[in-house]
Design a protein around this ligand. Structure first.
Ligand code: SF4
Ligand code: SF4
Length: 296
């Protein structure tokens, strides 16, 4: 292996894994799947997914001059208090982006011509697709990105940059490239949102309904009991997956764990908007809003 290849010390930034992919148009197959998802309305109220589709399918349109997609995996922990594992601390968008900025700053110091932009689930970027292209894992039938080494509990951070992907040390080849077909995720889905392998309908997905949607929940999922205790998120199709494994989470992902663990229905119901804003100012829980969270 050439000694000139760029090695990113992923663990120095708290990431579990790293890989680079070439910037190119997204495959026609993936474009077709995404198009069907939109046409069938399975993206529910996430209208932003239907915008900037050209950029989503071609990162060079999003960041002119980009030559590679650098992908990083940031670990999070278990769910607690009906709140998904990724939401037990500071908002993951900020946590992961801060760490990507640190990577970019070091690359800039090493290569003054380096230019890049970080993305964490907030722009038209198909993070899971690029993580697969970068050789980090595969997509499971439950639609999660799965790393055969690290499992499902990772946030994917992406940097689009102007260094060709061949300049980076390639990821070691995977020994497994698909999840198998045990079907446990489909059987575990309480709401029928995972209606077929790889086919998620957000209109029925408890995770979407309790995090992103600001509409009232469908009647049959309106109570905590019928949605299996999930207040913010849902991990049923993740927990059922044999690839799921516990990870040591980034410390910022854990900062609210203790209070979330001990808060009961009455605590949520009595929380004032002011208290909520103060106590959870840095948390992704604010995406759902207190109204949704306090409903049980
Ligand atoms: S997150 Fe929950 S509701 Fe959504 S597909 Fe998975 S199991 Fe079903
Ligand atoms: S539960 Fe089974 S079918 Fe579903 S993603 Fe995991 S391995 Fe694949």
């Amino acid at each position: 292996m050439s000694t000139n290849l760029i090695k990113i010390d992923k663990s120095a930034y708290g990431f579990l894994d790293f890989g680079a992919a070439r910037v190119e148009k997204v495959s026609e197959d993936r474009q077709g799947d995404f198009g069907r998802y939109l046409e069938e309305g399975r993206h529910a109220g996430m209208g932003y997914l239907a915008r900037n589709v050209d950029k989503r399918f071609d990162p060079a349109q999003l960041v002119p001059g980009a030559q590679s997609v650098l992908c990083f995996l940031a670990p999070y922990g278990q769910a607690s208090g009906g709140v998904a594992g990724f939401a037990q601390g500071v908002d993951y968008h900020k946590v992961v982006k801060d760490r990507l900025f640190a990577v970019m700053s070091d690359l800039k110091a090493q290569f003054p011509a380096f230019e890049g932009r970080p993305f964490v689930d907030s722009a038209p970027v198909l993070e899971r697709y690029w993580a697969v292209k970068a050789g980090l894992g595969f997509i499971g039938q439950n639609n999660f990105f799965i790393s055969p080494e690290f499992g499902l509990r990772t946030i994917i951070g992406v940097i689009l940059c102007n260094i060709p992907y061949e300049r980076f040390v390639p990821h070691a080849p995977l020994t497994v490239t698909e999840c198998g077909s045990c079907g446990a995720c489909l059987r575990a889905c309480p709401s029928g949102a995972l209606r077929a392998p790889f086919e998620l309908d957000a209109r029925r997905c408890i995770s979407y309904l309790t995090i992103e949607s600001h509409e009232p929940l469908p009647e049959d999922l309106a109570s905590l009991e019928t949605r299996h205790g999930w207040r913010f998120g849902c991990e049923e199709c993740m927990r059922a997956c044999p690839w799921d494994k516990p990870l040591a989470p980034l410390p910022e992902f854990e900062t609210h764990r203790q209070e979330l663990k001990t808060m009961n229905d009455a605590d949520w119901a009595s929380l004032t908007a002011e208290d909520f804003e103060t106590r959870f100012a840095d948390s992704g829980l604010r995406r759902a809003g207190l109204d949704h969270l306090s409903k049980s």
